[in-house]
Design a protein around this ligand. Structure first.
Ligand code: BDR
Ligand code: CA
Length: 311
């Protein structure tokens, strides 16, 4: 069993990731921390509690954390996830209370209390993780690895080159990348590939199971386009990062040096994944990329259409 703690900004695809993490027999979900990202942290907290109620996992402790990035102002992605953050999915408000501590305290407590090393799954801007690593660096001794949805080896989404989670808090991502903890990056390269077909969504919608129906609402949510047209969300998104933990054989993973662009430039928030086969001119006279954090980068689904079968 993989013992995990998750940091989320629920979010359509965070909701799907929570569902699979709470229900998968190979995962023990110890706690969830919330951070501002797709929507404000109070909405993230409410959404997360609702989703846990839906999957019948009300015992998992949840706490709210950072309300904004370390340096930047808060921005959000409600144009993608809808005003509530959950697209079309309407769930009853949860009656349970969050853990009465800050997210960073909850993460520290759960990581240090675990008998075996914990996998930290980050599906949002990494503000909480950065605060945790800076406040309680001793947690790294009991972290098996950090699996984060973020970054890209190619195209961006928030900007031409930057992915939303890293772009929203680049300094936090930099702190996580330099933490020395083994890292797996589930970036846009693979994130943009793993989608549910229209037919799969129709099948879910015809079900009588309330989790399946909720999945149909999340996957079928029409993201409004600028010209009034819409396209369905379709992607399993963050949930794919959880799939990569339970079924790594379904993915192509390569280890590359990765850094975050922090300069106030058009490239701010880009993850630079150095996939050069040979040293470049920069390395002849300059610093070697051997000093860059080595990250297991999930680049693709090995067999297109295989990951969705896990649902
Ligand atoms: C990431 O940003 C958010 O909108 C999604 O939940 C995902 O974590 C994709 O860039
Ligand atoms: Ca997310």
């Amino acid at each position: 069993k993989h013992r995990i703690v998750m940091d989320v900004d629920t979010g359509i695809d965070d909701a799907m990731a929570i569902m699979i993490a709470a229900l998968h027999p190979d995962i023990e979900l110890a706690a969830i921390s919330c951070v501002s990202g797709n929507v404000s942290v109070d909405k993230v907290l409410a959404n997360t509690l609702k989703v846990l109620d839906l999957v019948g996992a009300p015992e998992i402790p949840v706490a709210a954390g950072a309300t904004r990035p370390l340096v930047e102002e808060r921005r959000d992605a409600s144009q993608v996830h809808g005003a509530s953050g959950l697209g079309d999915l309407v769930l009853p408000a949860s009656e349970r209370s969050p853990a009465g501590v800050h997210a960073v305290e909850l993460l520290r407590r759960e990581i240090l209390a675990s008998e075996e090393p914990v996998t930290l799954v980050a599906l949002a801007p990494m503000t909480n993780l950065a605060l945790l690593l800076r406040t309680y660096p001793e947690v790294t001794d009991n972290l098996a690895r950090i699996v984060f949805m973020g970054g890209s080896a190619t195209v961006g989404n928030a900007t031409a080159v930057a992915e939303f989670n890293v772009w929203h808090d680049p300094e936090a991502a930099h702190i996580v990348l330099s933490s020395g903890v083994p890292l797996t990056m589930y970036g846009l390269d693979v994130f943009n590939e793993v989608a549910a077909s229209e037919e799969a969504i129709r099948t879910l919608r015809a079900s009588e199971n309330r989790v399946a129906l909720a999945l149909a609402d999340l996957l079928g949510f029409e993201i409004p386009g600028p010209d009034g047209s819409g396209h369905a969300y379709n992607l399993i998104g963050d949930a794919g990062a959880v799939c990569a933990i339970v079924a790594p054989e379904l993915f192509t993973v390569e280890q590359w040096p990765v850094r975050v662009e922090l300069a106030p430039s058009l490239g701010r928030g880009q993850t630079l994944v150095d996939r050069r086969a040979r040293p470049g001119e920069d390395e002849v006279h300059g610093p070697s990329r051997a000093a860059w954090p080595a990250v297991d980068v999930v680049l693709a689904e090995r067999r297109p259409g295989s990951v969705i079968e896990l649902f």
